[in-house]
Design a protein around this ligand. Structure first.
Ligand code: SAM
Length: 222
């Protein structure tokens, strides 16, 4: 039987802290969330390799380093209300739920959303709400958000998400002209109509599919 806790701590030191993630809250959250509980059955032994893994519906649970990098870029505070687009396995929602007071997460695949919801509840995460739908439209009933993290890559920044940011809020989103190659962008709402953009580097995400993302026939199978 693998010592998951030991493997988890090793992964955080070797692949996350050593690669430059400094935010102590992010490192602590990554040390405490059992990723083996969020991977597809049969993949538990690979849970602490720093790589994405397949989940249902042709989707992926993101690489741990990328989750840490995005969560750090979102500059989360304990009192923050966060929106996640692309629940997937529920793992990154769990990481954020260890840091902030409330996480709202949207997934377009109903089977994934239900599975993530069950896993989150079974592992004691009570401050995450999962909804099935098109996350490119945000979650207007719960807006504004202190941070919005998008875990899939779109062709451009959805205005609907920018509009659901609190003043001072941060949107972290992969954007690219190719459905599977993007630049990770951080957009900060510095005033009601003023946004500042920062390019955090190259990333590869599954496509963001929706009204303000790719249309289903523009991208590879998803
Ligand atoms: N954060 C996830 C995790 O930790 O497992 C990884 C998410 S996976 C890389 C991206 C997810 O975004 C997929 O599950 C995909 O179905 C979902 N997705 C793509 N477009 C979406 C949209 N418009 N609204 C909601 N979810 C979307």
């Amino acid at each position: 039987m693998l010592d998951y806790e030991h493997a988890r701590h090793h992964m955080v030191e070797a692949h996350i802290a050593r690669r430059g993630v400094r935010d102590q809250r992010v490192l602590d959250a990554m040390r405490s969330v059992p990723r083996e509980k969020f991977v597809q059955e049969g993949f538990e032994e690979f849970a602490y390799e720093d790589s994405p893994l397949p989940i249902a519906g042709g989707q992926t649970i993101s690489q741990p380093y990328i989750v840490a990098h995005m969560v750090e870029a979102a500059e989360l505070e304990p009192t923050d209300k966060v929106l996640e687009v692309g629940t997937g396995s529920g793992y990154s929602a769990a990481v954020m739920a260890r840091i902030v007071s409330r996480v709202y997460s949207i997934e377009r695949h109903e089977d994934l959303a239900r599975l993530a919801e069950d896993r989150l509840a079974a592992n004691g995460f009570r401050n995450v709400e999962v909804r099935v739908g098109d996350g490119t439209k945000g979650w207007p009933e719960q807006a504004p958000f202190d941070a919005i993290i998008v875990a899939a890559g779109g062709p451009s920044v959805p205005v609907s998400l920018q509009e659901q940011l609190e003043i001072g809020g941060r949107l972290v989103i992969p954007i690219g002209e190719e459905p599977r190659m993007q630049r990770l962008m951080r957009i900060m709402r510095v005033a009601a109509t003023k946004f500042e953009e920062e390019d955090l580097g190259a990333v590869m995400f599954v496509p963001l599919i929706g009204e303000h993302g790719w249309t289903p026939d523009e991208k590879a199978p998803a």
